[in-house]
Write a protein of this length. Structure first.
Lengths: 290, 130
């Protein structure tokens, strides 16, 4: 059994860890509110953008010559995956959930004999992926300096993706991120952004739009912007998810630390009691033998 | 029947402005300025650097934008833009900053014609604000 002194030290160290996790939880909670707010505020933009594009692609007459960003290159040989994770740890299953989702997707692609290229956003994802898929990672981006997700950063990633696309280096692009549902639930998402798939919700409005300039030109201007917007949305969702996940993880950690302190304190008291009893027995039996 | 419609300006970070008593909006569309009144035909267009004028009962407002998309449908005007400034909040120093940036961009030699044109537009518009 550990000595009294050891137990005392353990208790003190668990208590100080508990203080740290408690503080982290508070910070995460404060940040979460802000991140959640901006994620919610950012939604109208990406929704509107999607709507406009939907209307445009419905209205486009010549589907054969549609911009490649919309219709794809016509093949599906090379896949580019943008895996978006956080830069910091201690946020529960946040990063591992994305990585797990991404890895199963990677395995599927490789099984089908297709080529795979990876861009990681956030250093945690890079750390976890480089061991297995190190040779597939073509770029690693990290926004450690910027405090909050901002459009400028997203635009940088978007421009990079488009540049690589225009160089003909991949056919399909998918982004991986965590969608924020609530504090305890974040859903890892795989969203295909190139070519754009208008899944479901066909806009039933048959209303025709007037375009100025013509559809093709608007589309070719809009699609790159849409990529950045989608990435920005993913970044916002991600940052809200990260804080939410960290908050619940730290909440758990604080609770576990509390339980541990209780257990250790009982053990400490017990062994103290045992030591006293032992001493008493020794004294009494010593006195009796006289 | 009132002659008013709703305008919404959204930027990536938030919904920038919502107004539902607007009588006319003038936007710097790509092929020239465009005035939009109530019951305009549905239209999608995009913007070049310029000034958005919003005329309403509660007063006129002017915004400087660098890019964006306008969509008008069912008397709802949505403007999506990544850079927008209210001219009221725009002081001299900010304007000079933007102007300097735009000029730098316009003087680059390795950009294509379209970006050059847009940068020139920015410079022109910013200069007229003085």
């Amino acid at each position: 059994m550990a000595s009294l002194d050891d137990l005392k030290k353990r208790i003190a160290s668990v208590k100080s860890t508990q203080k740290i996790t408690k503080a982290m939880k508070m910070v995460a909670a404060a940040k979460l509110r802000r991140a959640q707010e901006s994620a919610e505020k950012g939604r109208p933009y990406s929704e509107k953008m999607n709507n406009v594009i939907l209307n445009l692609s419905n209205g486009i007459s010549d589907k054969e010559n549609a911009p490649k960003l919309l219709s794809g290159t016509g093949q599906e040989k090379t896949h580019l995956c943008v895996v978006m994770t956080s830069d910091r740890g201690l946020c529960g299953g946040f990063n591992s959930n994305i990585i797990k989702k991404a890895k199963s997707y990677f395995a599927k692609i490789l099984d089908e004999g297709k080529e795979l290229k990876i861009i990681t956003v956030g250093s945690k994802g890079n750390d976890q992926l480089k061991r297995v898929y190190g040779d597939k990672i073509i770029e690693n981006i990290s926004f450690k300096e910027s405090k909050n997700a901002n459009y400028f950063d997203a635009d940088k990633v978007g421009k990079m993706v488009i540049e690589i696309f225009e160089a003909g280096e991949f056919d399909v692009c998918t982004i991986f991120y965590n969608q924020f549902k609530n504090v305890i639930t974040q859903i890892p998402q795989a969203q295909q952004i190139i070519p754009l798939n208008n899944e479901g919700e066909e806009n039933s409005s048959e209303e025709s739009y007037e375009f100025e300039p013509d559809e093709d030109e608007i589309l070719s201007n809009l699609l790159p912007k849409n990529i950045s917007t989608q990435i920005f949305k993913a970044m916002l969702e991600n940052s809200a998810s990260e804080q939410g996940s960290r908050m619940s993880a730290m909440d758990n950690a604080t609770r576990n630390a509390g339980e541990m302190v209780d257990k250790l304190t009982i053990e400490y008291n017990r062994s103290r009691q045992a030591a006293i009893t032992k001493e008493l027995i020794e004294i009494i039996s010593g006195a009796e033998s006289l | 029947m009132s002659e008013e419609f709703k305008v919404e300006i959204v930027n990536p970070e938030k919904s920038f402005l919502v107004k539902d008593d607007v009588s006319e909006v003038v936007v710097p569309a790509f092929e020239g300025e465009m005035g939009i009144l109530k019951d305009h035909i549905s239209i999608i267009s995009f913007l070049k650097p310029g000034i958005i004028k919003i005329l309403s009962k509660s007063g006129d407002e002017n915004y400087y934008v660098e890019d964006g998309i306008v969509e008008f449908k069912n008397n709802n005007l949505s403007i999506l833009t990544s850079t927008i400034f209210n001219l009221v909040d725009m002081d001299k120093s900010k304007q000079q900053d933007l102007l300097k940036q735009a000029e730098e961009e316009a003087n680059k030699t390795d950009i294509n014609d379209q970006s050059k044109y847009l940068a020139d537009q920015k410079v022109e518009v910013l200069k007229t604000l003085n």
